[in-house]
Design a binder for this molecule. Structure first.
Ligand code: FAQ
Length: 313
């Protein structure tokens, strides 16, 4: 018992001293489980997030736009892979992680359950969805678990390029013909509120936040991050002469932040519980792609076994 207390104390001291917790370090079971939950969901988001963008690959308006979009989508796959690998350092297999997604036990970001209806949506995803993701991920570079923090450093660099290419793409539409501008505005109208939902419930309603903040898994709360995103995005919309679809949005001199309207939390709950516009389609597509890739996993396992005599699974 004394030994367990000592281990706990060493862990707490490291957290207090801003030292990273590494895979071989002792950690409380709750810390490990919470990290597996958040990191695997983050990985799933990166991978499922490829679907709404992939929808426009064959219809990108120019070869250059297509190349950029293809590179971006491949980056997202890479982010998923770093994050799956980082999650595996916590003692769970890739197979178990993917199974949890397929069984509906693991979530992925609500935003990817909305459809990408027009080319302007691709700009909006880069500008708003990657923009929101970066705000969160910059804070996560200082998360207490070493492999997660290190994965975030590279991911943030790439997301930053994604955000800029999305903003540039929607800016071109916004200063184009009246029809193109209307398409850009329509995309902003549809993606704004789901982007704010990406930060999760209000702090007071967030099941995991208090403990995650104590363990320094999360460095900023859901509401703090959401506020930063709103504050930085309002002027970006102004520059390209698009209007944020929120009549309650206004600068608050006293708080030195923008006030903004209330999110439709019923819609949020519906989406995270599997009833959004595209939940079924996204999961079905993932299951299909996973089944189609079984031969690759089998071939790798057979190759590793042939080389080492060990099972490659
Ligand atoms: N969607 O107690 P909290 C990207 C769930 S990457 C779905 O506040 P927590 C790149 C939450 O899991 C975007 N579920 O939870 C890209 C929990 O349910 P559980 C992904 C949500 O973990 C761009 C319950 O509600 N980024 O976009 C959402 O402390 C373009 C209670 O919530 C990350 O995942 C939601 N929005 O805080 C790719 C960042 N919000 O698990 C392609 C890492 C909450 O008990 C194209 N994750 N829930 O069943 C985080 O920072 C946190 O997990 C939060 C939620 C902030 C998302």
């Amino acid at each position: 018992m004394a030994e367990a207390n000592d281990l706990e104390q060493v862990f707490e001291n490291k957290i207090d001293a801003e030292e990273k917790i590494e895979p071989k370090d002792w950690m409380p079971e709750g810390y490990r489980k919470n990290l597996i939950r958040q990191m695997s969901q983050h990985a799933h988001s990166e991978v499922i997030g490829m679907q709404p963008e992939g929808n426009w690959l064959t219809r990108a308006p120019t070869l250059e736009r297509k190349s950029v979009l293809l590179a971006k989508i491949q980056d997202e796959a890479g982010h998923g892979l770093y994050l799956y690998s980082a999650t595996e350092t916590l003692g769970i297999t890739r197979e178990e992680i993917v199974q949890a997604l397929h069984d509906g036990r693991a979530k992925y970001a609500s935003i990817f359950n909305y459809p990408s209806l027009t080319w302007a949506d691709i700009g909006a995803i880069g500008w708003l969805v990657d923009g929101a993701a970066i705000v969160n991920q910059v804070a996560l570079q200082r998360t207490s678990y070493g492999p997660y923090a290190r994965a975030m450093v590279r991911i943030c660099k790439e997301e930053s390029f994604h955000q800029r290419q999305g903003y540039e793409s929607i800016a071109v539409l916004a200063r184009g013909s009246a029809q193109q501008k209307a398409m850009a505005q329509d995309a902003l109208n549809r993606w704004w509120w789901p982007s704010l939902m990406m930060f999760g419930p209000h702090d007071a309603d967030s099941a995991h936040s208090a403990q995650s903040m104590l363990w320094k898994i999360k460095r900023k709360s859901n509401d703090e991050l959401r506020q930063s995103f709103v504050d930085q995005t309002v002027s970006q919309a102004e520059i390209i002469d698009l209007e944020i679809p929120d009549p309650d949005l206004k600068w608050n001199e006293q708080r030195q932040h923008f006030d903004f309207g209330e999110i439709d939390w019923d819609e949020f709950k519906q989406v995270i519980n599997g009833n959004g516009l595209c939940n079924r389609e996204r999961l079905a597509q993932h299951k299909k792609a996973h089944a189609n890739g079984a031969w690759v996993r089998d071939a790798v396992a057979a190759y590793v076994k042939g080389k080492t005599g060990e099972s490659g699974e």
